[in-house]
Design a protein around this ligand. Sequence first.
Ligand code: MF3
Ligand code: CO
Ligand code: CO
Length: 253
Amino acid sequence: MKIQNSQQQKSLYDGGRHLANILARVAEQAVPGITTGELDSIAEELIRKAGGRPSFKNYKTEGTKMPYPASLCVSVNDEVVHGIPGKRVLLDGDIVGLDIGMEYEHIFTDTAVTVCVGKVSDEKNKLVEVTRRALEIGIGVVHDGVHIGDIGEAIQAYVEGEGFGVVRELVGHGVGDKVHEDPEIPNWGTRGTRGILSEGMVVALEPMVTMGSPKIKVSKDGWIWSTRDKKPAAHFEHTILVTKTGAEIITLS
Ligand code: MF3
Ligand code: CO
Ligand code: CO
């Protein structure tokens, strides 16, 4: 979406701040012994308490056999994104992606983190930190008039320079009016290519980074993406607002 007035802008800021606070509270609960389904219940309750609606619940998209059944995507270890919460118990040493979306005063925001459960290996910890930094680097490139390819090139160069892989099949996206909008914002690419972002646009950047090969596959129901080599992956995401000289992070707690 493109922000049209100060009313919309306020709803965007308020919704984004609420969502970031909610995700932070959910992330604190990601400790050994909790189930992924319990994290989803906590997320849904906090969204409703904030006056929002969980935008992922019952979301339908091409290539999937059923609407998405939860409020929170929970993706453990080799699951990259869109893991479905349920009876799975988190274990010491897991890394877990938590991705959450909310509609608040008609405006959609979307944010994700990957958290370490208990004590994780040094290489998993590095994967998580590199992915967090990749998102910061991508955001740092954004300003009015930036080519979408500039963002992808910056993220890809950093991640591959650290010896990790960048997922190609899934991308960042416009957001605000819906869960997903144009334009697509890949985490790889070439400077000076693709469309341009302009002041007032609301977009979600979301690098997905793999420890091994970047090749991924999807579950039969069309939702859960995981690495083909079964090595871990990490994911961070912010909703941002493009400004004249940079970007404002909307999903900041
Ligand atoms: N949050 C995901 C994204 O970042 C989309 C989740 S759709 C769902 O684009 F249905 F899986 F929840
Ligand atoms: Co998301
Ligand atoms: Co997204």
